[in-house]
Design a binder for this molecule. Structure first.
Ligand code: ZN
Ligand code: FE
Length: 268
């Protein structure tokens, strides 16, 4: 038990306790407990085993499942986890035909209450057309799925660069202190790539050093913040003259620069 607990890293945000649960090869699920009412959500369910083990180690009882998108590495654990009790499954109404059966289908752009917590649903098409992310303005946390990663963003499997840029821009407009919990530990390769398109960014170099030290010590790089991503994520930095110039598109619109940065990452 002590062993299982020691691998669970907890972030406290207001009444929420948020625990990152490594799943499969490089996925993260997040267990979120509202200390004020005992609600426990998991955001994405790549598998059930690791999540059940974490719930047991914490002594928490699952009440809700939030889904960001339909890929197997985000939903494969849903059916087994929902069999554990009377569990609400929340996901995008627009993508309901290819998600596990939902008990609450939410619309992008809508806000709903999870117990006492307001949750804003952001439409972030690009990685998949139905991808959504969950923002809780109070206490200021974002579950970004496969849209925004530490120094990276999701691959464009279904949507266009233009769509992805629209979603990322909306996330970049959130308060800098917003704590971001993302879907994959891709940070080491993202860091390598970021340096190729933003080589003169001192904040990026500092962060890469930090991230390498964290990973070498066996730690994980989640969560991040919107402020840190705006300063060091080469995709959000499509708004900067530095990155535009580096990819040979000085004076181009951020959306065009973003598309080129994404293309280079795909070919890296
Ligand atoms: Zn995905
Ligand atoms: Fe994924």
């Amino acid at each position: 038990m002590a062993n299982a607990l020691s691998t669970l890293e907890t972030t406290e945000a207001g009444a929420l306790k948020i625990v990152s649960v490594p799943c499969l090869k490089d996925n993260f699920a997040y267990l979120v407990r509202d200390e004020s009412n005992g609600n426990v959500a998991v955001v994405d369910a790549p598998e059930s085993e690791a999540i059940e083990a974490a719930l047991q180690a914490l002594g928490w009882t699952l009440t809700h499942i939030f889904i960001t998108h339909h890929h197997n590495d985000h939903i494969d654990g849903v059916e087994r986890l929902r069999s554990l009790g009377n569990i609400s499954v929340i996901g995008s109404a627009a993508d309901a035909t290819r998600l596990p059966i939902l008990t609450q289908a939410v619309m992008p752009g809508e806000s709903f209450r999870w117990g006492g917590i307001e949750v804003d649903v952001f439409d972030t098409p690009g990685h998949t057309v139905g991808h959504i992310v969950y923002h809780m303005p109070e206490p200021g946390v974002l579950f970004s799925g496969d849209t925004l990663f530490a120094m990276g963003c999701g691959r464009l499997f279904e949507g266009t660069a233009q769509q992805m840029w629209g979603g990322l821009s909306a996330l970049a407009a959130l308060p800098d202190e917003t704590v971001v919990f993302f879907g994959h530990e891709y940070t080491a390769t993202n860091a390598d790539f970021a340096l190729t398109v933003d080589p003169n960014n001192a904040a990026l170099h500092d962060r890469v050093r930090e991230v390498i030290a964290t990973l070498q010590a066996g730690g994980r790089t989640t969560p991040t913040t919107i402020g840190l991503e705006k300063a060091t994520n080469p995709f959000l930095r499509a708004v900067s003259e530095d990155v535009a110039r580096e990819v040979g598109l000085p004076d181009a619109d951020p959306e065009i620069v973003f598309a080129e940065v994404r293309r280079r990452k795909d070919n890296s």
